[in-house]
Structure formats: C-alpha cells, structure tokens
Design a protein around this ligand. Structure first.
Ligand SMILES: Cc1cc2nc3c(=O)[nH]c(=O)nc-3n(C[C@H](O)[C@H](O)[C@H](O)COP(=O)(O)O)c2cc1C
Length: 366
C-alpha cells in the first residue's frame, strides 16, 4: 500500500497496535469535543493563494532558538513510545534527526534520557519536563538532559493533574511488565492505580510526584536552575503568554496537550492568534495539536507560529514501521508542505503572510 497522508499511517497503526495502547494514543479527554476541534478548525481556515510568483525553488529551512532546521515541523513529546514499536523513542528521535527536525523527549519515556542521547546523537533534542514534588528529582532530570546534550527544556504546564481519558479508565490501561518509565530509575510499572484517578497507567510513585501546587514561581526557579532555554508548553491564553514572558521563558508551545486534559478548551489553532498578538515579538511561539497536513503547517505559520509539532502522527508512523515508518511519515508531510507553499505562491517560509489565510466566517458574511 502506498501511504500518501497521515490518515493512511493511522489506519495501518490501528491494525497493528493492541487495543489498550491504541486507545491510550488516540484518546482525548471527556467527550473528545476538543480532540475533533483540533483538526476541524484547521479546515475552517481558508488559504488565500497568490499566483504568478515564481515558485520554482521552494525552501522550507528555518532557524528556531539558534537551531538550523530543514523545515518547521518537529515531534512533540509523547509518553511510552515502546508501546508503538520496540525501537521506541530512539527510533522516533533518529527519524526526526534524519528529517532535519527537532525531537522532544517526554519525561514519561520508555527509554531514558541517556539511552535516547546515545541512540540519536545527531538529532536536535529538547527534553520535556514536569516539575515534581521532590524538587531534587526535577533538578536531576534537568541536569541529566543538559549533560546529554539536549538543547532546551520544555516545561509542560497544563498537567497539574491528568485529564480523564475514559477509554484508559475502562481499559485499566497500564504499561506492560516488560516496559518501564526509564527516567525513574529502579521504578517499575507496578503499583498502578486502577481507580478513576489512575493516570493513564503511569505507576503510583511517578503519579504521586506530580505537583498540583505549582505556580509561575516554580517556572522562575527552573529558569534559574538551567542554562538551557525554557519553553512552556500548554499555553492557551494571552494572559499566560504574558506571564511566560515575565518569568523568563524563551518560547511557548500553544497546545492543549492533544486535547487530553480539559475537554472544550479551544483548538490550539484557535488560541494561537491571541498568543502571537500578546508576545509574538518577544518570544518564539510554536504550536501543536491536530497538525496532519502540509496546509495545516502553512496556516499555523500564517497565524504567527514559528514551527509546529506532531504528537500522534509520529506515533502512527512508529507503530507502522519503527524509525522507517516515522521517516516515511515525515517525508509525506514535508512534501505536502512544499506543495502547499508552491501552490499558495510562497518560495520560502517568510513569504507566508497573515493575509494568506482567512476564517470561514469571512466568506460566510459575503
Ligand atoms: C499518547 C500521548 C502521550 C502524550 N504524552 C505527553 C507527555 O508525556 N508530555 C507532554 O508534555 N505531552 C504529551 N502529550 C501531548 C503531546 O505532546 C502533544 O501536545 C499532542 O499530542 C499534540 O497533538 P496531536 O497528537 O494532535 O499532534 C501526549 C500526547 C499523546 C497523544
């Protein structure tokens, strides 16, 4: 079968993944209203293409936080990637490197920081962090990431507790015994809570470390702790964007955690413009959530994002064929972006302007 779009990878992934892993990957919180919205809103935005503008040479290169990238798409942090394929985070990270993009390693990974660094030494890697009750555990993670040559810390701020994913509760989802959360040395996936508070199968020790008392002061603490740039992930409002700037962050990922936290929050692409308007001149604003096509990337950039990330799409690629599957998926997405650029009349990313997109409602009013 020829795979021509993310949905083709997803379809195949559905046939190879165990049901509980598939449900864990695909589900959103609550009724999954925002999960659908993340993709749907991209379709409510129209591209206003410009023609007769020599598009013989398409250049998708960009620079983000001093890193040269072949294109403005990276891989978002997602937990437990060995559930998709034995190559796990290592395969995913190598694929990102080969595609000239960035790989963000989740804290809740099935390969450790050091193992991923060894598996993908040439990939530009960022480390996604949660701040734990035990601040010395947090410090250790940050210093391990620094030592392993990760280039930024991505602090996820939208998970003081975890959202309710109904299928995980029904499935009593937990990591199979041969896998473990590799960054928490010596801690196995036993003791998993099976009550409704169970946090998507992470073990009781790790879940007990999530700290709902966190505030922006802890962000200031983290910014001071590390020499790496700190990016906050999960911003959905201009108010929090302004605080991210105030507390010394280098960037923001506008994100609703793949709609896995609170249902009925806006789609990431809906929240993007207010964040860009508030802080876009001072911080790097990026986005994840619902990106599955080249034209989604185009629209996010037109609305002011400097780059975008994919979460589930990479998991589908990984499930299909490990590293090679992710490489194939990324090459489909990159080609799709190049075609979109050419057909919209843009040679390079800086040619994408805000007036090249319009909301559906603009036309409906006519
Ligand atoms: C299975 C799964 C696990 C995730 N685990 C994490 C995580 O450990 N840390 C985190 O910050 N975000 C996590 N996310 C959220 C992603 O980083 C990202 O925000 C989201 O997947 C983007 O939406 P998309 O899947 O529509 O591309 C996870 C998402 C999924 C689907």
């Amino acid at each position: 079968m020829v795979f021509v779009c993310v949905d083709d990878f997803e379809k195949k992934a559905h046939s190879v993944l165990e049901k509980s892993a598939l449900d864990y990957y695909r589900s959103g919180a609550g009724e999954q209203y925002t999960l659908n919205l993340n993709r749907e809103v991209f379709r409510r935005i129209r591209i206003r293409p410009r023609f007769l503008r020599d598009v013989s040479n398409i250049d998708t290169r960009c620079k983000v936080l001093g890193i040269d990238l072949k294109w403005p798409l990276g891989i978002a942090p997602s937990a437990m990637q060995k559930l998709a394929h034995p190559e796990g985070e290592g395969g995913n990270a190598r694929a990102a490197g080969n595609a000239g993009s960035i790989y963000i390693l989740s804290t809740l990974s099935t390969m450790s920081i050091e193992e991923v660094a060894a598996a993908a030494p040439d990939t530009n890697k960022w480390f996604q962090l949660y701040v734990y009750r035990d601040r010395s555990l947090t410090e250790q993670m940050v210093h391990r990431a620094e030592k392993a040559n990760f280039k930024a810390i991505v602090l996820t701020i939208d998970a003081p507790i975890f959202g309710q994913r109904r299928s995980d509760i029904r499935n009593k989802f937990s990591l199979p015994p041969h896998l473990h959360l590799a960054n928490f040395e010596g801690i196995k996936a036993d003791g998993v809570r099976t009550d409704e508070e169970a946090i998507s199968g992470i073990n009781a020790y790790v879940s007990s470390q999530f700290d709902p008392t966190l505030t922006w002061k802890d962000v200031a603490w983290l910014v001071n702790l590390t020499r790496l740039p700190v990016i906050v992930k999960g911003v959905l409002t201009r108010e929090d964007a302004v605080l991210a700037r105030e507390f010394g962050c280098a960037g923001i990922i506008v994100s609703n955690h793949g709609a896995r936290q609170i249902d009925t929050v806006p789609a990431s692409i809906e929240a993007l413009p207010e964040v860009v308007k508030a802080v876009g001149n001072d911080l790097i604003v990026m986005l994840d959530g619902g990106v599955t096509q080249g034209n989604d990337i185009f629209k996010a950039l037109a609305l002011g994002a400097k780059m975008v990330f994919v979460g589930r799409a990479a998991l589908w690629g990984l499930a299909c064929n490990g590293q090679k599957g992710v490489e194939d998926l990324l090459s489909v997405l990159k080609k799709d972006l190049e075609i979109t650029l050419a057909l919209a009349g843009c040679q390079k990313l800086s040619d994408i302007k805000g007036d090249m997109v319009a909301y559906e409602s603009t036309y409906a009013k006519l």
